[in-house]
Every structure is written in structure tokens, then in C-alpha cells.
Design a protein around this ligand. Structure first.
Ligand code: PZK
Length: 297
């Protein structure tokens, strides 16, 4: 049996870690940490890491026909203590671009559109409002910053970084297809997937492969469809209670973030679980049981 402390830790992100698994594999572990305004709160959201892992697994299974992915297992080889919130994956040679796809105009895309009328070098119609649906999903890549924020680039910038125009064209094509598949599915279940970020790589045979997490609330914007109203910023499906509460405290968004009160934690946990249950169409407990994350009765 594998225990986490026996695995070398390769990297720590703000909300997750990567370990070296058996036989050249990697173990991606999602924590229960949550950030607002890019700052991690000291209070965890119970089950957040499991919900994100469950969602990625759901999408990996349902998009494998578009692009193969790095997922190997969420049970075999996964240490007991992280069951439910960890996946064993194949090691890839990651491409040096973030594959952002936008179906709606918001965030930095909205900022760029207001300043230039274009996003990622793509001219857009005049008169778009904040949060409007785009005429078609756009591939708007960015660089991978080691520290600080990724920088938006146009498709030619992605071609240069990837170093192969045909590969970059395939990256753009599959990124849009993956977004389309996930966004259509989520929309039918009352969640607007406004935009998302994929990380692609090459496997040991040189095949283009989907890595990292896919269409989770940490890599995407989830909006409640029944509250969608263009012309303003949209509430976040998952983080809105934390943001509203944090704003009400007068916190100025500089570190350290304040601890989150119990009722806000509980309501936020429920929103993550609700997102999983709506999208996957099964009780979240079914995931925990399938991954042996909870003792069986
Ligand atoms: C890889 N990251 C980002 C994720 C972190 C950092 N299949 C892969 N092969 C090689 N490298 C990566 C992956 C994946 N996925 C992903 N960094 C490297 C990342 C999670 C936690 F600290």
C-alpha cells in the first residue's frame, strides 16, 4: 500500500500538489484550499478537492473521444489518505502555453475588448456587453508565468511558443471542441461554463494529450444559468458566498485573507457538491464510494 509521505513531492501550487508516483507516473492531489481575489484563505472547504477531482474524472471520461488524456487511475496506486481527491496520471511533456477558450466575454477578455475591440488578436463585433455570449468560442492562449499572472498572446504567439504551426492548429481545434462539449453538457444542466483553461502535452509516443484538470471551477468560470444577465459581471456558482462575505468584512484583498465563518464554509461546500451533482447527474457520495474515500457501511 502506498502512503503519501513515501512519495517525492515535485511541485506545490496554490491549491494542489504533484507527487512522483510509481513507474514514472505522477500523483495530482487537489487540496481543500480556496482563494478569492487570488489570495488563499486559511480555512479549507471540506470536500472541495474531491469535487474537483470528481469533475475532472467525469470530463476525462466524456471527452476521451475528442482527445486522449493523462488519467490512469483514481483508485489503484492512490494512497488512502487522499482517495477521492487525487489521480494517478501519465507524465507528459507539457506545451508551454495555457489553452484558454472563451464562450463569453468576461474577465481579462472583456478588459482587452474594451481597450482594443479584439481578444487575442481576434476582432469582435462592436457593441458587446460584459458577459455576452460570443458568436463562437474563441481560442485565446496565454503564456505560462512561473510567478504572477499569465500573459495573453495571439495565435501567432502560440505558434512560436509551440514551435510547430500544424501542432498549434490542432491544439486550437481540440481546445475549442473540448470546451464546446463540456459547455453544451453543463448548459443543459443549468450551469454556464463561461470560459476555461486546458493544459495539453505530448505523451511518450509524441501524441497530443490532455493533462492537468479539466473544466473544474478552479480552471473555469461556472455561472448559474438562471441568474445570467449580460451587461454586468456574473455571480460565481461556487465562490460567491465567500466573495460576498469577504467584501462585507472590509478586507482590502491583500494577504493574509481572513478565516471564513462556518456558515459560509457550509454553504460554499454545498455549491461545490451541487455543481458535481448537476453535471455528473449522480450523488456526490457515489464518487466518494467509488474511490473508497469513505468507509463502506
Ligand atoms: C504538470 N503541472 C501543473 C498541477 C501543481 C502543478 N501529466 C503531466 N505531466 C507532466 N507535468 C505535469 C502533468 C500534469 N498534470 C502539471 N505541472 C506539471 C501543476 C498540480 C499541482 F503543483
Amino acid at each position: 500500500m502506498t502512503v503519501l509521505r513515501d512519495l517525492p513531492k515535485l511541485a506545490s501550487g496554490k491549491v494542489r500538489e504533484i507527487y512522483e508516483g510509481p513507474d514514472g507516473t505522477l500523483l495530482l492531489v487537489a487540496s481543500n484550499r480556496i482563494s478569492t481575489y487570488d489570495v488563499i484563505h486559511p480555512t479549507p472547504i471540506p470536500d472541495k478537492g474531491s469535487v474537483l477531482t470528481a469533475l475532472s474524472t467525469f470530463w476525462f471520461e466524456r471527452t476521451a473521444g475528442i482527445l486522449s488524456n493523462h488519467l490512469l487511475s483514481v483508485t489503484d496506486g492512490v494512497p488512502d489518505e487522499v482517495r477521492g481527491r487525487a489521480m494517478l496520471v501519465r507524465r507528459l511533456e507539457m506545451l508551454p502555453v495555457e489553452c484558454v477558450v472563451r464562450g463569453y466575454i468576461t474577465g481579462s477578455g472583456w478588459k482587452d475588448y474594451q481597450a482594443t475591440g479584439a481578444v487575442s488578436g481576434i476582432e469582435l463585433p462592436a457593441g458587446l456587453r460584459e458577459s455576452d455570449r460570443l458568436p463562437e468560442p474563441l481560442f485565446t492562449p496565454s503564456t505560462k508565468a512561473e510567478v504572477g499572472h499569465d500573459e495573453a498572446i495571439d495565435f501567432e504567439g502560440a505558434v512560436e511558443l509551440i514551435g510547430d504551426r500544424e501542432l498549434a492548429e490542432r491544439v486550437r481545434e481540440v481546445s475549442i471542441a473540448l470546451y464546446q462539449r463540456a459547455a453544451d453538457h453543463a448548459r443543459e444542466r443549468g450551469i454556464i461554463l463561461a470560459d476555461t483553461k486546458f493544459e495539453l502535452g505530448l505523451d511518450s509516443a509524441g501524441a497530443l494529450t490532455l493533462g492537468d484538470e479539466i473544466c473544474t471551477p478552479d480552471s473555469s468560470r461556472f455561472w448559474p444559468a438562471d441568474q445570467y444577465e449580460p451587461g454586468r459581471s456574473q455571480p460565481s456558482f461556487d465562490k460567491q458566498y465567500v466573495r460576498d462575505w469577504a467584501s462585507s468584512t472590509g478586507w482590502d484583498r491583500t494577504p493574509p485573507a481572513p478565516p471564513i465563518p462556518d456558515d459560509v464554509v457550509a454553504r460554499t461546500r454545498e455549491k461545490y457538491v451541487e455543481a458535481y451533482e448537476r453535471i455528473a447527474g449522480e450523488p456526490f457520495d457515489a464518487w466518494l464510494r467509488r474511490t473508497d474515500a469513505r468507509p463502506r457501511p
